[in-house]
Design a protein around this ligand. Structure first.
Ligand SMILES: *[C@@H]1O[C@H](CO)[C@@H](O)[C@H](O)[C@H]1NC(C)=O
Ligand SMILES: *[C@@H]1O[C@H](CO)[C@@H](O)[C@H](O)[C@H]1NC(C)=O
Ligand SMILES: *[C@@H]1O[C@H](CO)[C@@H](O)[C@H](O)[C@H]1NC(C)=O
Length: 387
């Protein structure tokens, strides 16, 4: 642990300088800081409920987190009411976390990559379908003792669906406030998992998130700062969660900057961190950096959880490197190559997020860390460092 400190702090310093110079020169955000809002840090993580047989809620090291999301519940495609497929697991999730760490908040995350965007588009398109959805989400959250709700609609596909998303957040916040007044309980927390940038500029119809509605109605967004590169492009290796990319706008510094420049304050932005890597098969084992030519996917059919990256590296005596340009790690052996976040890159990114005055960070997904919670622990420590 100890010997890692110095390189991390060095890269953090360099990276911060770079970041501050880009942010302040472009739009004057640093020159005209918003009023300081004193809100607690978010150290979030998603719990993938489908791993519960091997990774029950009781095995979560709750002390490393402030907010733990149950992933996922889905709305019915006919009534739009939330479907509760495993009530026992929902109960044991809340009670397991609460008994260990009473101050940790629990949220239900709704949707995820496997729920198609059409379901949410249909739900959000009329006042009555929004109401059916919203009322059921509040009821399920209260019935099972959750503290909040999270929407993971991947993704609204056009400007009309973005307008409907704005209305959904507005109706949802109104219903949450009303319920809190009537029941005299703290209002449920309301968040959303969103694209890494405030606009979709890489594919599909150009469209932007409804910033005004997000600012007024959500507690914060979880920006999914990962999946930038992967098995859909096997021509070259890549840093799937590059913080910086000198050659493109596909980076967290760019994406997070778009949210800030669009007018969302830093205390409403939480940066995503992946606890998994993405793999490629190198064209030439001797050309093995970030961006090296590749000819296919690597081990794990393109994805290795962090704990599997460790096993891969050990079993194959892989060479491990840190790439300061993108703030990422990679490991390779022969033609097998994996790009991921290790303790070092995670620590630097968390420091950068703090330097941008964001609210905190979250992980996808907490069961992918290694058995001693190395990466989650590093993130915890890095946010606690005074900078
Ligand atoms: C709606 O959900 C039901 C059950 O969950 C499923 O069988 C059906 O295929 C879905 N229909 C559509 C149009 O997605
Ligand atoms: C990145 O985005 C900015 C606008 O935000 C644009 O001016 C610039 O050309 C983009 N850079 C690349 C490499 O696409
Ligand atoms: C592991 O790799 C290093 C070079 O990275 C090499 O010196 C060493 O001999 C290798 N060990 C084994 C057991 O293959």
């Amino acid at each position: 642990m100890q010997e890692k400190k110095h390189p991390i702090m060095f890269h953090l310093g360099v990276a911060l300088l770079l970041l501050i110079s880009t942010v302040s020169s472009s739009h004057g955000i640093e020159a005209n800081p918003r009023r300081h809002v004193d809100v607690g840090v978010v150290r979030g993580a998603y719990y993938p409920s489908w791993v519960s047989a091997t990774f029950p809620p009781s095995s979560i090291r709750t002390s490393l987190f402030t907010h733990i999301y149950y992933a996922f519940l889905s709305p019915s495609n006919s009534t739009f009411a939330l479907l509760v497929d495993n009530p026992a697991l929902l109960s044991s999730f809340v009670s397991g976390i609460r008994s260990k760490s009473p101050s940790v908040k629990t949220l239900i995350s709704i949707g995820g990559a496997s729920d198609g965007p059409a379901l949410f588009a249909a739900m959000a398109s009329t006042p009555s379908s929004r109401k059916a959805f919203i009322d059921s989400t509040i009821k399920v959250a209260r019935d099972y003792g959750f503290d909040g709700l999270d929407l993971d609609w991947e993704f609204p596909r056009n400007p009309k669906e973005m307008q409907d998303l704005a209305l959904l957040f507005q109706d949802w916040r109104a219903a949450i406030s009303h319920e809190a007044r009537v029941t005299r309980r703290p209002p449920l927390i309301l968040t959303a998992a969103v694209y890494f940038a405030a606009e979709f500029f890489l594919s599909g119809t150009p469209r932007a998130y409804p910033i005004d509605s997000i600012r007024s109605n959500l507690d914060w967004i979880n920006a999914m700062c990962y999946d930038y590169r992967g098995s859909w492009d096997t021509s070259a290796t890549g840093a799937q969660a590059a913080f910086f990319d000198p050659k493109s706008n596909i980076s967290s510094s760019y994406g997070l900057g778009t949210w800030l420049r669009a007018g969302l304050p830093g205390h409403k932005i939480v940066m995503g961190l992946p606890l998994y890597g993405r793999t490629w098969k190198l064209k030439d084992p001797n050309v093995n950096g970030v961006g090296a030519p590749a000819v296919g996917v690597g081990p794990g059919n393109g994805v290795l959880f962090y704990r599997q990256v460790e096993t891969f590296s050990k079993d194959n005596n892989a060479t491990k490197k840190y790439d300061p340009v993108t703030v990422s790690a990679y490991a390779f052996s022969g033609t097998s190559w994996v790009g991921y976040d290790d303790a070092g890159s995670t620590g630097v990114k968390v420091g950068l997020a703090k330097g941008m005055r964001l609210r905190g960070y979250f992980f996808w997904a907490l069961s992918y860390d290694n058995s001693h919670w190395q990466i989650s622990t590093q993130a915890y420590k890095a946010w606690s460092v005074r900078i």
